[in-house]
Design a protein around this ligand. Structure first.
Ligand code: HCA
Ligand code: CU
Length: 380
């Protein structure tokens, strides 16, 4: 079953470079790739060597860096692009061509028969040139393409017998999980090839769609750190991990999970953004329990309100106290961690006092500690 054996293709160094504020230096690319490799992603996709001289040099640099992850580059369906890519010694080529009506008309100026001819021509050329290169063929804007066209393209490519993997791309983030499931199942059934899913997040389904693809038999999922990419990006690495972890921790056991916070922090700093508060696992509020009822239950048994264990990612939960929703159990927990043994009536009274004051203003942790110490007869 694919969920037991899927691979992550991290595209922070390709799709992620297309994020508005991203411009990674060679040293930064090496650092990101090193972290991702240590985390355990199986493949790292880089910008085409045709983009700029630096892009080409950086592929050579990463190929020579001795990482476990295979280095791929992403190219248009052109022989010249393929030759330049192969010349870098890269381990794999991700070839893409548009198939939707808007792209056929405005981007490629080709009809679907010409797309098929060009795909077959370029792919067989690549295979002749490089018998061992990992070769993937993907259609851009898969979910706004005519299904009949898609099937013709994919079946022709599969019959050619030279590619290792087919890719489906939700380029504009329109697909629903059910559509992804149907498309991927069809490709798996009809071709028997490995299938990769690449999904944008314009309407908030990138993680769900990646999961649906895996459930349907996809073998590879594209991610980027924090989900960065064109517009608002694609499936985030941490989000995919969170999704799969909550299905079954064994699905993500092969990855070095405690490295995720450093990976997110590193890339956020490089692109000059804060990690958004609601980021899966590493957002600042991911493990904060606030209301008294939640705090009480989570302090008694974290699984009551925590589907992800923060310690699996090297993180800790927080239970803030100085607000009007607080409860005496959380106050007791804090007093115990200060080494105080206050009785229940005192703790309840302090909780009431906090609620009263916090109706005007949230109290700091320091202010709460002072209250507790005073109640225990110790000066703060
Ligand atoms: C893009 C291309 C792509 C390619 C995805 C793939 C997309 O529009 O920049 O090769 O699988 O989203 O279609 O990123
Ligand atoms: Cu994309």
């Amino acid at each position: 079953m694919p969920l037991d054996s899927y691979h992550i293709i991290d595209s922070t160094l390709r799709e992620g470079e297309q994020f508005s504020t991203a411009a990674f230096s060679p040293a930064q690319k090496l650092e990101i790739a090193g972290l991702l490799d240590e985390f355990g992603v199986e493949m790292i996709e880089m910008t085409t060597p045709c983009a700029s001289p630096r892009s080409e040099a950086d592929i050579r640099m990463l190929v020579g860096a001795g990482l476990k992850a295979r280095i791929l580059t992403h190219i248009r369906c052109h022989k010249d692009d393929a030759l330049r890519a192969l010349d870098t010694g890269v381990h794999g080529l991700d070839v893409v061509i548009g198939t939707s009506a808007p792209l056929l008309e405005h981007s490629l100026g080709k009809d679907i028969n010409q797309v098929i001819d060009s795909a077959l021509d370029v792919l067989s050329f690549v295979r002749q040139q490089a018998p061992d290169v990992i070769l993937r063929f993907s259609t851009e804007d898969t979910f706004r393409s005519r299904e009949a066209d898609l099937l013709r393209v994919y079946l022709a490519v599969a019959d050619l017998g030279v590619v290792d993997r087919l890719g489906v791309a939700d380029t504009v983030g329109v697909a629903l999980p059910s559509q992804v499931y149907t498309m991927v199942s069809q490709l798996v059934r009809l071709t028997g090839l490995d299938v990769e899913f690449h999904g944008h997040n314009d309407s908030g389904c990138a993680i769900a769609n990646a999961c649906a693809a895996l459930e349907a038999g996809a073998t590879h999922v594209d991610t980027t750190v924090l989900g960065i990419g064109e517009r608002n990006g694609i499936t985030p690495l941490g989000g995919l991990i969170a999704r799969l972890y909550t299905l079954d921790r064994r699905y993500v056991a092969k990855y070095k999970l405690p490295l995720l916070p450093a990976i997110d922090r590193t890339v956020a700093a490089m692109i000059g953004v804060d990690i958004p508060f609601n980021t899966y696992i590493t957002g600042s509020s991911a493990f904060i329990h606030k209301a008294g009822i939640h705090a009480k239950a989570v302090l008694a048994d974290p699984s009551t309100y925590e589907i992800i264990r923060p310690q699996d990612f090297g993180l800790t939960r927080q239970v803030p106290i100085g607000h009007r929703l607080t409860g005496w159990n959380a106050v007791r927990e804090r007093s115990l961690s200060l080494g105080l043994s206050l009785d229940e009536a005192t703790l309840r009274a302090i909780a009431r006092q906090i609620k009263h004051q916090a109706d005007e203003r949230v109290l700091s942790a320091q202010e709460i500690d002072t209250m507790l110490l005073r109640a225990a007869g110790q000066e703060a």
